[in-house]
Every structure is written in structure tokens, then in C-alpha cells.
Design a protein around this ligand. Sequence first.
Ligand code: ARG
Length: 466
Amino acid sequence: MAKNKKTSRSWGGRFKTAPSPRMQAFTASIGFDIRLFPYDVRASIAHARMLAATKIISAAERDKIVRGLRAVEKELASGRFKPDTSDEDIHMAVERRLIEKIGAPGAKLHTARSRNDQVATDVRLFVKDAIAAVDAAGEKLQAVLVEVASRHPRAILPGYTHLQRAQPVLLGHHLLAYYDMLERDRGRLADCLVRADVLTLGSGALAGTTLPIDRKLVAHELGFARVCENSIDGVADRDFIVEFLAAVALVLTHLSRLANEITLWVSAEFGFAMLDDAYSTGSSMMPQKKNPDIAELVRGKSGRTYGNLIAVLTALKGLPLAYNSDLQEDKEPLFDSTDTALHCLEMTAALLASLRFDEEAMAAAASDPLLLATDLAEHLVAEGVAFREAHEITGRLVRHSLETGVALTDMSDAELTTFCPALAGASALLDAARSIDRRRSAGGTSGALLTRRLRKLERRHARKAR
Ligand code: ARG
């Protein structure tokens, strides 16, 4: 390779003096993009094979390059090869080491390629794997939600609006709300994959190449569904990272909502569930404490995934075409959100599976007959009263109960019918379990609907587990 000795850089030719070490330390991405090495090697092998298939290099050169790249990969994996900041980034590090190992053929690898299309390719390969990993972790948490719901098929707790007790619901129904959030998260990941799954290698620095490359061959070898249509967009586009970060931010939003509910449920004030010793922490001062740290950290970590999304959006905003070094700032947020999502999904699943729900405490909290005031109003509607009127009548009944201290369930028919004749016999409706079973409208909390859905979801996850 025609390397300028004095500057010792693969781009050193046009430079008279060596780079400042301070500049090198500032501009290097090797400290974090070293994580891309398996993708960089994979993409380089595919590139070398294509260069041979199109007769740009010989078969013998290809074989040396491929073998050399595999050896470099092993050295990187074992830590025997430790790139430093003079390597700038993972792309230069791999190429430098390859040339050290195999000599002249190594200097041909970068033919018809730029780091601009190379990094875009590596990052797309990373994102495709990250999508698969986050999706799998999301699916595992879904399976835990189904399992915990199935463990307590009849457990009742108050459903809340405005954090005020609203109506009794089944614990399983409440938990499956999170199942549906995760289902949408997984849908967003699948959607994001469609646009990540595009080969950008072959875009060159920005304008393509004069050499007779075969991009379809590379796409096939790397498992990309398509080849990008525009080389400028190919090197400048990071939308797929924004989409992935946005999908992850919503995953964490959902996890933070569940996490917050868990912190409430395990508090003495709620007492709906108990933490397992293995998944809770103590206080350094207060010997009696048992804290829901996992839930608090999941809730807290959601913030950094929003920060990561905003960081990349801001790096892209107003950025002129095509490649700019600003784009190097995409990687740390991407890696951090990927790790955060995987850890939080896994720990939320472990925490949830280890919770011991107190069915009696939950039922007691849901036993206030006032939570069934809507049932009375709907009963009147079924008897022909207009809903607004029924609401008004029931409201007066609730006020009467609160003022006299007589529970709705303890009122006689004579007392009830003074509010409306159609209330005769209605106190039989004032039972949480009965109320739940009567909520059979599609998507409602009835036990029959929950059982049917759980059976379906159990089959889905058992099939997947096989
Ligand atoms: N380290 C760079 C990045 O992460 C790779 C591409 C650099 N290209 C360049 N011409 N400086 O984006």
C-alpha cells in the first residue's frame, strides 16, 4: 500500500506532516465502534468475494483476503489485536491489521469502497441483529405476562383511572394490556427492519464507482433484501437508526409504566404483591427495607433511550448531503439503547415472574360496592332508562350511601326502589366477580374472554418455544 511513512495513515498521501495526537484522540471512533468488528469483517469478506467474481481482483487474492480477515476477526475477538486511536475506527483497524498479516493483496480490499458506504453497511447489519434481539426479548416478556396471568386466572384487583379506584378487573386482563403494548412494539421493530434491510455498500464515497461491481451479489451474500437506489442517500441515510431508537424508546416507555405499577403494588399502601428476596435490594441504613430497585431502574433508564433518540435526530437535523462526520455520533446512542432495551426487557421479565401476588389483598381493594355504580346504571339502561338519567339516579344513590354510611349491598329493595322502581333486585349485581363476568363486550374484562385469550396466547408461545 502506498502509505506515507511520515504520517502512517491509509489516507496519509496528501499530508505533509503527521496528525496531532490530540486531534486523533478527538476524532477516533475506535473506542466504541470496535463493537462492529464482526459486521465489518463479514461485509469485507462479501466485498472481496464480489471483487473476485467481477474479476477486479484474482481468486488467489480473494482467498488470501478472506483467510486474513478471518484471522483478524479471531484476533479481535480474543483481544490479541487491540486497535488504538491511531487506527481511527474499526474499518481502518481491520484493514491495517489485514495488510500487516497478508501484505499486498490486503491493499486491494478497499477497491471500489469507501468508509462511508462501509460504515453504513456495518451499522445496518448491527441494527438488523439488534432488532431480532430486542424482538426476541420482547417475546419472552410477553410469554412471562401470559404465564403470570395464567397463574392467577380469577384474581381481581381494582382497575384505576386518575389513580382512583374505578372498576374491578381481572389481574390477567390488566397484565395483558402490557402484552398488547409489546405486540405493537414488536410490530414497529418489524416495520423498521424493512427499511434497515437495504444494502448501501457499493455507494462508494457518495457517487458510486467506475469499476464494474455487482451489488446484487453482495446484497445476497450479506442477506440484505434490497440494494439502495441512490448512492448519496446510501451513505447519508440514518433514518433506520432513528426508527429503531424510536421503537426502543416506546419499549422503555411501556416498561416504565409496568415498572411504576410494580413499585406501587409492592408498597405497603397497596400490598398487592411481594418482592422475591432474589430480586429486591435492601437499605444501607434501614434494616427493614426491601426495595423494588429493578423496577425503579427500568423506569429511570427509559430517560436515556429518549436522550439517545433526540441525540441522533439532532445530529441529522439540517445535515447537508452526503456523508458528514456528525454521522459518527450515531453509534453510541444506538449501542446504548440496544443494551438498555435488552437488559430492561430481561430484568422486567425476571422481576415479574418472581412477584408473589396477594389475591386476597387485591380482592379486598376491589370489594367496595361503589366501584360497581356503573353496573347499576347499565342495569337501569337495560330496563329502559336513558343512560344520562340512569347516571343521575345512580349518582344520587352513591351520595346517599356515602352520607348514611350504608353500603349499596346492605340496602333493601324498599330503599333502592325509592330512587327508581327498576332498581328492584339490583343489589345482586353488586358483586365484583359477577360484574367482571358480565363484561363480555369484545375486549372486556370477563373471565370467559380472558380464558379464551390466554389459551390462544399459550399456544402461540408454546409453538414459538418449540
Ligand atoms: N468512523 C466513521 C463513522 O463512524 C466511519 C466513516 C468515516 N468516513 C470518513 N470519511 N471520515 O461514521
